[in-house]
Write a protein that binds this ligand. Sequence first.
Ligand SMILES: O=C(O)[C@H](O)[C@@H](O)[C@H](O)[C@H](O)COP(=O)(O)O
Length: 252
Amino acid sequence: MAETKNNVVVEVFDKEEIAVSLAEYVAKISNKFTKERGAFTVTLSGGSLITHLRKLLEPPYFDTLEWSKWYVFWVDERVVPKTHEDSNYKLAYDGFLSKVPIPPGNVYAINDALSAEGAADDYETSLRHLVKNNVLASSLNGFPKFDLQLLGMGPDGHVASLFPGHPLVKEDKKWVTFIKDSPKPPPERITFTFPVINSSAYAVLVVTGAGKADAVHSALRGSENSEKLPVALVSPEDELKWFLDKGAASKL
Ligand SMILES: O=C(O)[C@H](O)[C@@H](O)[C@H](O)[C@H](O)COP(=O)(O)O
């Protein structure tokens, strides 16, 4: 059953259905933007998201999507070498990117030779170039406007590497920033800030498991006065779609 309010859609699925519906949704948005502007800019997260994308590797999506027009970015990345088990790049490469014909030059990994500060600055600089070259659209407020942000959520309600109660949640100038005390290991990460996440056209939150039910409840049913979890601050310009399994939706 889907519940829609303003530009937020919440849908609850059986486990296997999530991947099927997510593939359909991503394909629809990819087709829209490749047709409209000849490019589709999409961001990936770490964690379970990559496995949820697995149906895109099968027909009809694998054969029909305009992979050559995809531009891939990371909402957040751990400051480790790209070959490290903790790397979000490695996770996405092994499970998804190595299996689809996206031109390697369209895949914007974080520079793993730099410090957390350096990598965040370097990534922001790359994004600024891409806005200048019109690969990335620009939002009216001057932040880059990604077509689709693919997000996961931690049991504490974090998204990207923006954790509850951390000052980075309030960052409103930088496009990309860094954290050295992440409560979820590894401690050093770089992350998009909320203005960038929320300037995107579409965003998806894929959340599974009963361990996340409290955070889902707080985000979708919490009172206006209570302190909002980071996930409750996700608010893209056109549509936010939640893909929940029965466990994650069990307290709604
Ligand atoms: O690099 C990271 O750690 C992530 O980008 C992070 O924000 C992740 O998406 C959530 O923690 C959900 O992860 P799970 O889906 O694995 O719970």
